[in-house]
Ligand binder design. Structure first.
Ligand code: SIN
Ligand code: MN
Length: 200
C-alpha cells in the first residue's frame, strides 16, 4: 500500500488486497438485491450517467426537486444495513467511534462519469467522507474548495481508498471517465464506488 496526498485528500493505493475486494463484492450482493440500482434525475432535469443505491439509515437521493438524503429507497423500502466489511474499512481508515450513516454505492457502466461537485448534503463537515473503489480504473479529478481553478487527476484502481476530510472536506471532485473492462473484479465490467458518510 502507498499513501499519496493530493490536494488534501489521502489516497491509499492498494488499500484492499484482491481477496478483500472479492469479499466486499460478496457483501454488497445482498445490498444490491434489497435495494436495486436506480438512475437518479438531477435538478436540471437530466439524468445522471451513474446508477446508484445506498445502505444505512440514509441514502443519498436526487431528483428534479434537489439533492438530499432519503430514509427509503425509491421502492419505499428501508435501505439495507451497511455491511460489516464496509464498516471495518471506515474504522480502519478513520479510527472514529461514530459509524457512517450512509454508504452510497455508485455504479459506473461504460461511458459513465461524474461532474465536479462538493459533498455538502451532510450536517457536520468535521467528519470525513471515505471512498472505496472496486472494479474498473477511474480518472478521479480533484479541484479546489470553490468552483474553478486548477485541478489534478489521479487514476483510482480497484482496492484504492480515498479519505476526503479536514481542510479538504469540501474540495470539489469528480470522475472524468472509467477504463471500461480494465478490471475483472465485476463479471460484467464497470466500477463500483462506495462513499461512506456521517449524515446527521
Ligand atoms: C462521489 O464523489 O460520490 C464518487 C467519487 C468516485 O466515484 O470516486
Ligand atoms: Mn462526491
Amino acid at each position: 500500500m502507498t499513501l499519496l496526498r493530493v490536494r488534501g485528500f489521502d489516497v491509499y493505493k492498494g488499500f484492499l488486497d484482491p481477496a478483500r475486494q472479492a469479499a466486499l463484492i460478496d457483501a454488497l450482493r445482498p445490498v444490491l438485491k434489497a435495494a436495486p440500482l436506480f438512475s437518479p434525475k438531477v435538478p436540471g432535469g437530466g439524468q445522471m450517467s451513474v446508477r446508484m443505491t445506498s445502505a444505512g439509515q440514509f441514502g443519498w437521493y436526487s431528483d428534479t426537486s434537489g439533492y438530499r438524503y432519503a430514509e427509503q429507497h425509491p421502492s419505499g423500502r428501508d435501505w439495507p444495513d451497511i455491511p460489516e466489511a464496509v464498516l471495518e474499512i471506515w474504522q480502519q481508515l478513520t479510527g472514529l467511534e461514530r459509524a457512517p450513516e450512509c454508504c452510497l454505492l455508485n455504479y459506473y457502466g461504460e461511458g459513465a462519469r461524474m461532474g465536479l461537485h462538493q459533498d455538502k448534503d451532510e450536517a457536520d463537515f468535521s467528519y470525513p467522507v471515505v471512498s472505496i473503489s472496486l472494479g474498473d480504473d477511474a480518472l478521479f479529478r480533484i479541484g479546489n474548495r470553490s468552483r474553478g481553478g486548477k485541478t489534478e487527476s489521479v487514476w483510482l484502481n480497484s482496492g484504492d481508498a480515498v479519505v476526503m476530510g479536514g481542510e479538504a472536506r469540501l474540495t470539489y471532485h469528480g470522475v472524468d471517465r472509467i477504463r471500461f473492462k480494465s478490471s475483472r473484479l465485476l463479471p460484467k465490467g464497470g466500477r463500483i464506488n462506495l462513499t461512506l458518510r456521517v449524515v446527521v
